[in-house]
Design a protein around this ligand. Structure first.
Ligand SMILES: [Zn+2]
Length: 434
């Protein structure tokens, strides 16, 4: 009965919107946006007023409807790209810099419209951001360069039923009911620059979450198991809804409250320091570390967030020796990165937000006792600080000025110790506001 109802519903939807509904994550866009709107505080829902239902019923699809809805198409276009009516970057991730520019642009437009008390335009721009978040976090947008899964199909040969179908649509189409009732949306920044940058990293978490659903969905499609397809799609959609909620909450906050007011709020104060140990460096181009990022010496393991890999296979907690009250003590860190020699990790920074960078740098006391490494922190190609640390030395504390810097780079090089012991750790990397 329930299935019949769904089929009927799909048939009706298909009859009215033959093209769009047949392709893509259409209904899930609406369900995810609605779930996010439901958890906004009452004062924000009031600001949205009549535009609130439209965001969930219509505006979150603006980037897909640019050719059929000319009136709203401009809300999904960039002034710097006047010829690109269909902005691919609103549907698929590109490079980090381009992603950030796109998010920054539409967030800026939404906030400026809200500040001018033009809620109508603001809601339309917010719809475009919702779409981007939802598309990036869709199970069928997860494979770089293989949007239709024609390559993946070679690794996972299709069933008889699916043999001649492109998988993109089946992987994401469905009729979902999404709810995140207990979720409290987070403020992502006290300025648009900060919020866009942090939103990008939230969206990237969503991509990784969605990637974990793609293959189970394809296997369930082959097995003609719609229940599992839906469970996995919901796993992606539910996470996406939390990201959309953060984005909407932040845009509505930025658009209706002053920067000072936000900075002085409890949430704003918590943003004064930001740990970047789990953020994505530029080297992880498609959000994974490529082989070139493997440790060069010792030739095992690869850069990892939160752990160090002993002999490339055993994750151990990040530890450093630190100077505390004049004596050496071992301390464990949950926020940090282990990395290899001769490789750099580069972090894109938002403009005009942070003034200082702090990090502890040294070798793991058990694994790295015989090593010796030079740690270098650079900003836009200029060295901001460097230190040579031996395996039995205490961690070096870097505290660097960041004013005007847009790319922060952490680099390592071997300095003549036992190469196999160069287990280098960047612990507690934090960006600080003035
Ligand atoms: Zn799309």
């Amino acid at each position: 009965m329930k299935m019949y109802f769904k089929c009927l519903l799909l048939f009706l939807v298909g009859a009215f919107f033959p093209l769009d509904a047949a392709l893509g994550w259409s209904q899930p866009h609406l369900a995810i946006t609605r779930a996010a709107l439901e958890v906004l505080p009452a004062w924000q829902q009031k600001v949205l007023g009549d535009e609130m239902p439209r965001l969930a019923d219509d505006y979150c699809l603006i980037p897909d409807h640019v050719f059929t809805d000319p009136e709203n198409a401009k809300f999904a276009m960039m002034e710097s790209k006047p010829k690109e009516k269909y902005l691919l970057n609103l549907h698929l991730p590109a490079q980090q810099l381009e992603d950030l520019q796109t998010i920054r642009y539409f967030m800026g437009k939404a906030v400026a419209s809200l500040q001018a008390q033009n809620v109508k335009d603001g809601a339309r721009y917010m719809g475009t951001i919702c779409h981007q978040i939802e598309d990036y976090g869709s199970p069928s947008h997860t494979m770089p360069g293989d949007n239709m899964f024609t390559l993946l199909g070679q690794f996972l040969p299709p069933s008889e039923v699916m043999r001649d179908q492109l998988l993109h649509g089946p992987v994401e189409s469905g009729s979902l009911i999404v709810g995140i009732r207990d979720y409290k949306p987070a403020l992502l920044g006290t300025t648009v620059d900060e919020a866009a940058w942090r939103l990008m990293h939230r969206i990237y978490e969503g991509i990784i979450n969605a990637r974990s659903t793609t293959i189970p969905i394809i296997q369930a499609l082959y097995a003609e198991d719609p229940k599992t397809v839906e469970v996995q799609q919901l796993k992606a959609a539910t996470f996406d809804a939390t990201v959309v909620a953060d984005a909407l909450y932040t845009m509505l906050s930025l658009g209706t409250r002053s920067n000072l007011e936000l900075e002085e709020s409890v949430e704003g104060a918590a943003l004064k320091r930001t740990s970047i140990g789990k953020f994505f460096p530029l080297e992880a181009v498609s959000l994974y570390y490529p082989q070139a990022q493997f440790f060069s010496s010792p030739h095992w393991g690869h850069a990892r967030s939160g752990v160090v890999l002993a002999e490339g296979k055993r994750a151990m907690p990040l530890k450093l020796q630190v100077n505390e009250d004049g004596s050496l003590k071992e301390r464990e860190f949950s926020n940090g990165i282990s990395a290899g020699m001769g490789r750099s990790l580069t972090f894109l920074l938002p403009q005009g937000v942070y003034s200082r960078f702090k990090v502890l740098a040294g070798l793991h006391p058990e694994l790295g006792a015989l090593g010796k490494v030079e740690f270098t922190v650079s900003g836009d190609g200029k060295v901001l600080g460097s230190a040579v640390v031996g395996g039995t030395d205490p961690a070096h504390i870097f505290e660097c000025e960041l004013v005007g810097i847009s790319q922060l780079q952490l680099s390592l090089s071997a300095k003549g110790g036992e190469a196999k012991s160069n287990y280098a750790i960047w612990a507690d990397p934090v960006l600080l506001k003035p």
